[in-house]
Design a protein around this ligand. Structure first.
Ligand code: WT7
Length: 646
């Protein structure tokens, strides 16, 4: 197997080399008090913390708290403290979907906008602890709105702009938002996303919403409801540019972000202030080896946790210059990413394997016609990167010069957990490599028996984390019991990630994918139960079962088995109708790739659907279906094989 050793120059000048990594890792676990005292010094505290943490994953005294008696304000950390020396430094370089559109915003300008935005929110009655839902395109105002919430102590809940009005409404209702922030529209690949119209449709079912603040961006026509809707640009002029940041406890909530799990309803993952910001800033510093003056671009949308931690909070806390891109990788053509790299002289690029695979398919020429000489480091996130895509990223995009950091983490973890450090870790394509400081991974088998962790001995099992880390989520919003049940009840005393994982002889971790009913489609996490409940909500559908199957570009595709009601004759028209139905119920990211009309689903005698068999058939691997003798009616399987979709 190929190993790409740390380039000598990186080992020499990076923040940490291999020896430094090992030593810091040891200290993080053996001398946590001293270690975190140093690392939290990268944050400005209003009142310094004296209590490190009180963390237990056991049911009896379950709880997670870090730096609990410290106080701070997250927006002041991302803005105010940079003003004295770096006020004129560019904070955000924005590039629109249309390549002729660019904006540059300094830290001073960003600070003023955030203060004004915060004052507008206050004027609308928002206060500490309120939940505010954001449904925005990738524009600087998205960061402004997030930081304005943080400034006044309101909790933001960002909903990805690709979600449908139905999905948006569910998320507004779950956290009882009184305020929604949106834009007239967003642009993606030359097409308008009618955000305001979607909000109108959603809010019709949300009695809690009193006001909608609208950013004028795409210029499309929208209906403004008197008494409820206001333009940000009008309000902006009418408020003061000064706004004192609210003093927040380290454990006060910063944001909620909804994510799919193995049950139908998305969970509101809640992150707090002190520990989260420390983790976001610290991982951004070490993983990307961020230096003042670097131009840094994370291509994720702010609707996902990657956008929270690595477009907004981590980099801005570190005073970085961040590129923010509204569009998509293939518009106007397949060179777009690399044109942006050249135009803004990007040094660090962080993106998703799915985009790389899609671009790889179009051929090297689109990449090669750009210079990319400014690039120094590349990152990957969101799903396993297959070694072929890794090597292409390395050889074609990075010209064989740029280390690749393949970062494994989750919405729940707040920031990178298993990741190479560019000056320290020899790279194995496809492996997220080693645990970050403070992270204690453990592999267990299905029964929870810990697999031996010894040098030279490989193991494969379910990935758990045995100790808390500052960036860890604190609860499921409104349902603390569900938090415990979901993550800490499968294996007693451990956080269970839901991922399968192999550790090789050198101690490198290789994530093998989800072991629960969650699938990863183009780096987006989807609960199969969520898609199933959307399907069965259709009047003609009696039953549905959704599984993932390997997909060349998306990583995993969505394969839906559907049993229609008795009087319905399934046909092509119904297939199209159901695909459209799921798009409207959840959003385009949940579009099924295949719908397989099935007269019946394979079930055990107790009525449980045998998903293992459904996965095999969807994968087209019917040679090893395993034991089907426990099925109530084994002939169902033959029918499914004979009628496989796609
Ligand atoms: C799931 C989390 C990481 C933030 C964005 C996605 C998968 C994530 C990797 C990686 C292999 C990865 C896991 C994880 N995943 N990064 N580098 N290698 N798998 O956050 O939506 O919460 O999804 O994404 O399966 O559990 P998310």
């Amino acid at each position: 197997m190929t190993v790409h050793p740390v380039p000598a120059e990186w080992a020499r000048r990076a923040y940490v080399d291999a020896a430094g990594q090992a030593e810091k890792y040891r200290r993080s676990l053996e001398e946590p008090e001293a270690f975190w005292r140093e690392e939290t010094a990268r944050i400005d505290w209003i009142r310094p913390w004296t209590q490190l943490g009180r963390c237990s994953f056991d049911e009896a005294d379950f709880g997670i708290e870090w730096f609990a008696d410290g106080t701070l304000n997250v927006s002041a950390n991302c803005l105010d403290r940079h003003l004295a020396e770096h006020g004129e430094t560019t904070a955000i370089i924005w590039e629109g979907d249309d390549p002729s559109q660019q904006r540059r915003i300094t830290y001073r300008e960003l600070h003023e906008d955030v203060c004004r935005f915060a004052n507008v929110l206050k004027g609308l009655g928002a206060k500490k602890g309120d939940r505010i839902t954001l449904y925005l395109p990738m524009i600087p105002e998205a960061a402004v709105a997030m930081l304005a919430c943080a400034r006044i102590g309101a909790i933001h809940s960002v909903v990805f702009g690709g979600f449908s009005p139905e999905a948006l409404a569910g998320r507004i209702q779950d956290c009882d938002s009184r305020l929604v922030i949106t834009a007239d529209g967003g642009m993606r690949g030359g097409k308008l996303v009618p955000l305001k119209a979607n909000v109108d449709a959603a809010v019709a079912h949300c009695p809690s919403v009193e006001a909608v603040l609208v950013v004028r961006h795409a210029g499309n026509a929208v209906t403004m409801q008197g008494g409820r809707d206001r333009w940000w640009q009008d309000e902006r002029a009418a408020v003061s540019p000064d706004c004192q940041p609210e003093e927040m406890g380290a454990e006060d909530p910063l944001f909620i972000l909804y994510t799919s799990g193995s049950t139908g309803k998305p969970k509101g993952v809640l992150h707090t202030s002190g520990g989260y910001l420390t983790w976001a800033a610290m991982t951004h510093h070490y993983v990307f080896d961020y230096r003042p003056g670097d131009i840094y671009w994370c291509a994720a949308d702010i609707g996902w946790v990657t956008g929270h931690s690595y477009v907004v909070y981590g980099p801005l806390a570190n005073g970085a210059t961040v590129v923010m891109f509204e569009g998509v990788p293939n518009y106007p053509d397949h060179s777009r990413f690399w044109q942006i790299v050249d135009r803004h002289q990007v040094n660090i690029f962080y993106g998703a394997p799915t985009a790389l695979r899609a671009l790889m398919r179009e051929g090297d020429e689109w990449v090669k016609r750009t210079s990319r000489s400014s690039l120094r480091l590349l990152g990957s996130v969101g799903e396993p990167i297959n070694p072929e895509a890794w090597e292409w990223y390395w050889r074609v995009v990075g010209d064989g010069r740029c280390p690749i950091v393949d970062t494994w983490w989750q919405t729940e973890t707040g920031g990178a957990m298993i990741t190479p450090l560019p000056g320290a870790t020899d790279l194995k394509p496809g492996s997220a490599s080693l645990p970050f400081f403070g992270v204690a991974p453990q592999l267990v088998d299905a029964e929870g028996t810990v697999l031996p962790d010894e040098p030279g001995v490989a193991a494969e099992g379910n990935l758990c984390i045995t100790r808390s880390w500052p960036g860890q989520m604190r609860t499921v919003y409104g349902d603390h019991e569900r938090f415990f049940q979901t993550y800490f009840s499968t294996y007693k005393g451990k956080y269970f990630t839901g991922d399968g994982c192999r550790r090789d002889e050198d101690g490198y971790y290789w994530i093998t994918g989800r072991v629960d009913d969650v699938i990863n489609v183009s780096g987006h996490r989807m609960g199969t139960a969520e898609i199933e409940s959307a399907l069965v909500a259709h009047a003609k559908v009696a039953e549905a079962a959704v599984v993932g199957f390997p997909h060349d570009i998306k990583g995993q595709g969505i394969y839906a088995y559907v049993t229609t009601n008795a009087e319905v004759e399934p046909d092509e028209a119904l297939r199209r109708e159901l695909v459209q139905w799921v798009r409207t119920e959840i959003g385009p990211i949940a579009t099924p790739d295949a719908i397989h009309f099935a007269p019946a689903l394979p079930k055990t005698r107790s009525g449980k659907i045998m998903r293992r068999i459904l996965r095999k058939i969807a994968e087209g691997d019917v040679s090893s279906l395993g034991d089907t003798s426990t099925l109530a009616d084994p002939s169902v399987v033959d029918t499914l094989i004979a009628t496989r979709a796609g």
